[in-house]
Design a protein around this ligand. Structure first.
Ligand SMILES: CC(=O)N[C@H]1[C@@H](OP(=O)(O)OP(=O)(O)OC[C@H]2O[C@@H](n3ccc(=O)[nH]c3=O)[C@H](O)[C@@H]2O)O[C@H](CO)[C@@H](O)[C@@H]1O[C@H](C)C(=O)N[C@@H](C)C(=O)N[C@H](CCC(=O)O)C(=O)O
Ligand SMILES: Nc1ncnc2c1ncn2[C@@H]1O[C@H](COP(=O)(O)OP(=O)(O)OP(=O)(O)O)[C@@H](O)[C@H]1O
Ligand SMILES: N[C@H](CCC[C@H](N)C(=O)O)C(=O)O
Ligand SMILES: [Mg+2]
Length: 485
């Protein structure tokens, strides 16, 4: 591809050199640059791509996209200064892969909780409706029926556009993708053409990265600001920030709610361990998903399907047969009737929701035992709150490790313990080893009791000091609980 074609749509502040060069590949990591590549220098949270420009020239880079022009001579290369290199990367990644997002219907789902659930159910639904479909999610990506492992909730612009190109090549009509706030803030979605955007809710998370709740909110809102006029923007107006998301969007504004009038509306008729019974858009439907928060997720899915012009009764019939995403209220019942639930709740709000859901559907005589930890190198302010919420809603709580990453797991647990009120102390124990913590919960449980293992959901590893060791909450639960088949 010619450099000038790659640069289409990029606002250039300064150009030194020629643009009629044939280039081989586009890279933002110096370690991957080879002969005739373009290197985009990005200022990150840990390092700065500008430091590696000379290195990439030595490796054969023929064009440098950067925010500060380097004072380097003696290389046959083109230097391009831009205002924001991440924005330029997004646009160029689209150009490099032939702007695949414009060749399918791309729907982005954003919000603090529910993105994976909504995106995954939409993917399953549209496959069942007979369409070739793609999925980009925290758990895994799909190019129709081919699984592509996920490293991020929203991949970097190069990986993202490559995936979308594979979807177009495979004949996909739709792609449902999670849009994380990190992705918006880092311009990973720059240059994509969305046909729709969906907002689930906004609560406390990722303040380590965004610093304030306001800038977290702005990152989510920025996604709706870039939607084109032809797209739809579907929001949950029961969430107090639901309308804020739509303030400046050019897209068609559509709403969903359980508690007030909206374009798509549902009422919970019954919510139990066998599923949700909803009055949805004046139809009486039973769903396999459990928990009132899933009524919101189902309504978001339903609204999206209708906005994508699918048949109402067909959609509801297929939706009623679907299960949710792996590791989201994923439960087993043991031979002696102990219920073990694995859930990805890793924010105070999600922990409260999942325990609130259990409280709604439990009989009242059994005890609820929660095993919970908090991830290292992530928002520290949520640690005491998550422990407090777990204690307020459970009979026994075992505080343990999640993914310690580079932090001391015992120190993380101490920060969680700080949130436990004196009256709750007696129901709490701390067990550093997560496997031992789960085993202990299983030993403590009696027939009818409910065990919640929170925080890691589908994850198949525990990350300690950069090493990911095999670890699977559900596998341990199955070993310990002898499920009734
Ligand atoms: C905080 C964050 O989001 N970091 C992402 C970011 O890395 P960074 O800004 O730290 O990059 P950096 O290390 O400072 O390097 C700056 C630049 O120099 C380059 N570099 C660096 C070293 C070198 O030798 N040569 C070189 O060229 C790097 O390639 C980069 O372009 O850009 C990287 C490349 O795209 C990402 O892999 C990385 O994700 C890290 C691994 C991560 O853990 N991200 C999480 C927090 C995240 O993104 N999570 C959200 C979901 C959250 C949720 O909703 O729950 C997600 O979408 O997955
Ligand atoms: N609509 C919702 N409202 C509140 N909590 C929810 C909702 N949907 C799911 N949850 C809870 O949040 C957890 C995470 O759900 P899910 O994985 O669907 O969200 P996510 O937005 O993709 O999260 P992440 O940002 O970590 O990828 C679930 O395990 C469940 O406990
Ligand atoms: N996408 C989230 C997942 C958190 C999952 C939890 N198990 C943890 O490790 O904190 C993140 O990377 O912040
Ligand atoms: Mg997700």
């Amino acid at each position: 591809m010619q450099l000038q074609d790659l640069l289409y749509g990029v606002t250039i502040k300064e150009l030194v050199g020629r643009t009629d060069r044939e280039i081989h590949a586009l890279n933002f990591d110096s370690r991957k640059v080879t002969e005739n590549d373009v290197f985009v220098a990005i200022t990150g949270t840990v390092s700065d791509g500008h430091l590696f420009i000379e290195q990439t020239l030595k490796q054969g880079a023929k064009a440098i996209i950067c925010e500060n022009l380097p004072e380097i001579e003696n290389f046959d290369a083109t230097y391009i200064k831009v205002e924001n290199a991440s924005v330029a990367l997004g646009i160029m990644a689209g150009n490099f892969y032939g702007n695949p997002s414009a060749d399918l219907k791309l729907i982005g789902i954003t919000g603090t909780n529910g993105k994976t659930t909504i995106a995954t159910i939409l993917f399953k639904l549209f496959r069942d409706l007979g369409y070739k479909t793609g999925l980009i999610s925290t758990v895994e990506n799909y190019v129709n029926d081919v699984i592509v492992p996920a490293t991020h909730t929203t991949p970097n612009p190069l990986a993202l556009n490559e995936l979308l190109k594979d979807m177009v090549d495979a004949g996909c009509d739709y792609c449902f993708m999670e849009v994380s706030s990190h992705a918006v803030a880092q311009h990973r979605i720059e240059g994509l053409t969305f046909s729709g955007g969906v907002f689930s809710n906004l609560t406390h998370d990722h303040l380590d990265f965004h610093k304030t709740f306001d800038s977290y909110l702005k990152a989510k809102k920025a996604f709706f600001d870039i939607l084109p006029k032809s797209a739809f923007a579907l929001t949950n107006i029961d969430d107090k920030n639901g309308m804020v998301m739509l303030q400046n969007t050019k897209a068609h504004k559509k709403t969903y709610a359980l508690k007030q009038l909206a374009d798509f509306k549902a009422k919970i008729v019954e919510n139990g361990f066998s599923g949700l019974h909803l009055d949805i858009d004046y139809e009486d439907v039973f769903f396999k998903l459990i928990g009132s928060f899933n009524a919101y997720n189902l309504l978001a899915v339903y609204g999206t399907a209708i906005l994508l012009e699918q048949d109402k009764l067909k959609v509801l019939t297929l939706l009623s047969r679907l299960t949710g995403a792996e590791g989201r209220f994923d439960y087993i019942v043991s031979e002696d009737k102990i219920i073990g639930i694995v859930d990805y709740a890793h924010t105070p709000d999600a922990v409260q929701n999942v325990l609130g859901t259990i409280a709604d559907i439990r009989k009242g005589t059994e005890q609820v035992i929660t095993v919970i930890g908090c991830g290292g190198d992530r928002d520290k302010t949520k640690r005491p709150v998550m422990a407090q919420v777990a204690c307020d809603w459970s009979d026994k709580v075992i505080l343990t490790s999640d993914n310690p990453r580079t932090e001391d797991p015992a120190a993380i647990i101490s920060e969680m313990e700080a949130g436990v009120s004196p009256s709750n102390k007696r129901k709490t124990i701390s067990i550093l080893d997560r496997r031992e913590a789960i085993k202990t919960a299983c030993h403590l449980a009696k027939s009818g009791d409910i065990i919640l293992i929170a925080g890691k959901g589908h994850e198949k590893y525990q990350e300690i000091n950069g090493v990911r060791n095999h670890f699977d909450d559900k596998e341990i639960l199955l070993e310990q609980l002898n499920p009734a088949s």
